[in-house]
Every structure is written in C-alpha cells, then in structure tokens.
Design a protein around this ligand. Structure first.
Ligand code: PGA
Length: 235
C-alpha cells in the first residue's frame, strides 16, 4: 500500500525535520512495508535517506531559469527529490493551474523519471450532477496524461472532501476507483478528509491502494497510526 502525507503550507523546517525523523523511526521499528511518502512545504525540503520518501508538493517544469517564486529540477536535485505531486485540487482551483500546464509539468518530470502522484477529483456541483457527469469531468483530467507511465500513482480526491470532514460513502469510493482502474494500471490512492477514525475502513476498500492525507497527517503520531493500519490490512 501507499501512505502519503501532504503537509501543505504547514510546519516549519525544524518541525518538518522532527516529523520526518519520527515517521522514519516508526516505519523502521514496526517494519512497515507500505511505501510511505511525506510532501513538506518547499522551504522544508530535505535530503532524506531511509524508508520514508520525501517528495515535492509542486515544482515548475524547468531545470532552472527566470520563474520568480518557483523552484525547478535543480532545486529538487540538490535534495535528491525524485517524487512530485501534480494536479492537486488546491493547485488547480486556488492557484489556477490549467490542464495544459499540468500536462507540461507531468511530461517534464516524467522525462526525468520522477514518481508522480497525479491528483484528480470533482467539485461538489459536478458530483451533484450525477455519476456520468462526474466521470466525464474526471476523464478530462486524464487528458494528455500518459496513463501507462510506470512511475505513476493516481490520487482520487473529491474537491468537496478536502479539508471539510466530508467523505464520499464507501460504495462511492469503490465505484469511482473501479471506473478509474479501467483507465490505467496505476495504483489509486483515496484522499479527502481521511483521519485516524476512518483510515482503516477506507484502506480496506476494494480498489483503494493507499491514502493521501492532509490535515490529519500533521501529527506524526496520527500519520504513523495510519501506516500501522495499512500494515494490519496487509493488502
Ligand atoms: P485533507 O487533504 O486530508 O486535509 O482533506 C487531503 C489532500 O488535500 O491531499
């Protein structure tokens, strides 16, 4: 399974270092066999060798250059980062990244062999328009993306479930993941209000290969508990 923490714009560099070392020692002590990823804020990126893989929440599709406020491959390479989140709903909807821009980013980091967690998911009004409309919307987010890329992981994250405490029903998650499994062989994570209290249930669902956790992953202890659940399920 794959257990990923998206720390978003939280924690300082010092707190992130402590977080990663706590998760690392938990994963080692408990012989966790899942792949465990942590995505810190850009200023907290660090070289980490061990069981935990540190990835970037975002980067510009460039080696380096004049892109004020952005980082590129050169800055990731310094820390040995080879994993990136692309298409997170906050980047699509709050920062206005278009599908065209995401495709460029995807292709750039694919060429460099990065492991890519590519996020898809629908806003509430699309969900309310029915299953077919919802799947059409999500299909558009697959356009231009190489679904056969061997280092691809998909994260299905309904926009209305992110940070809201709302989640789809288990039946919905199973049905949507089953549809998405038809599009590619990549593992599919569920994300959106996963917490210690529902993580085990979500992880156990058919077609769920892991979780991408935001708010509830901010405490290393909670995130470690979720890693333990994955281990117990031994999927
Ligand atoms: P959340 O965020 O767990 O806080 O809902 C998930 C995500 O945005 O990846």
């Amino acid at each position: 399974m794959i257990i990923a923490a998206n720390l978003k714009t939280n924690l300082t560099r010092e707190k992130t270092a402590k977080y990663i070392s706590e998760v690392e020692s938990y994963v080692r002590k408990n012989s966790i066999t899942s792949e465990v990823f942590v995505f810190p804020a850009t200023s907290s990126l660090t070289s980490h060798t061990g069981a935990v893989v540190v990835g970037a929440q975002n980067a510009y599709p460039t080696i380096n250059g004049a892109f004020t406020g952005e980082i590129g491959y050169e800055q990731l390479e310094e820390f040995g980062i080879k994993t990136i989140l692309i298409g997170h709903s906050e980047r699509r909807h709050l920062l206005g990244e278009t599908q065209e821009e995401l495709i460029k980013k995807f292709n750039f980091y694919k060429e460099l062999g990065f492991k890519i967690i590519y996020c898809v998911g629908e806003p509430l009004e699309i969900r309310e328009a029915g299953f077919e409309t919802m799947m059409e919307y999500i299909s558009k987010q697959y356009e231009g993306i190489d679904v056969t890329y061997e280092n691809l992981i998909i994260a299905y994250e309904p926009v209305w479930a992110i940070g809201t405490g709302l989640t789809p029903t288990s039946e919905d998650i199973v049905a949507i993941h089953a549809e998405l499994k038809k599009k590619s062989l990549a593992p599919i994570l569920y994300g959106g209000s996963v917490k210690v209290t529902n993580a085990k249930e979500v992880l156990a669902l058919d077609g769920v290969d892991g979780i991408l956790v935001g708010g509830a992953a901010l405490y290393a202890e909670h995130f470690c508990t979720m890693c333990e659940y994955a281990q117990e399920l031994n999927k």
